[in-house]
Design a protein around this ligand. Structure first.
Ligand SMILES: [Zn+2]
Length: 120
């Protein structure tokens, strides 16, 4: 969770717990994340997601998101309840040729391809 917390801290400066009135500043959030990581490490199929506003959610099975920490910067943010990965590039943006999943360069025209997905 620490990585997610560090990323969220770049988006927002104060947070609150989704299920209580507990509030956290950046320092408190990072301390909470560190404790969570050492006491409740997540398994390989689970991951954390960070919203554009800085809210932190926990995705246990790769689908349903449990939003744990809400951002004070965007309290009314519309948070998705289902995780949807940003689609990977399947076609070259320059020449339109189909490219292999995970390819970094187009095999036809050679342009560098970049995935839009940034995992936490
Ligand atoms: Zn191409």
């Amino acid at each position: 969770m620490l990585e997610a917390a560090e990323y969220a801290a770049t988006l927002c400066g104060s947070f609150r717990f989704a299920t209580s009135d507990n509030r956290y500043d950046v320092k408190g959030l990072l301390a909470l994340a560190e404790i969570s990581d050492s006491e409740n490490p997540i398994d390989e199929d689970s991951f954390y997601v960070v919203s554009p506003g800085g809210a932190i959610g926990f995705c246990e099975d790769g689908e349903v998101i449990d939003w744990l920490i809400l951002s004070d910067a965007a309290p009314k943010e519309d948070l998705p309840l289902i995780y949807q990965a940003v689609p990977q590039i399947k076609f070259c943006s320059k020449c339109g040729a189909s490219v292999a999943h995970g390819a970094r360069f187009c095999g036809k025209c050679g342009i560098a391809l970049r995935s839009k997905l940034s995992a936490i």
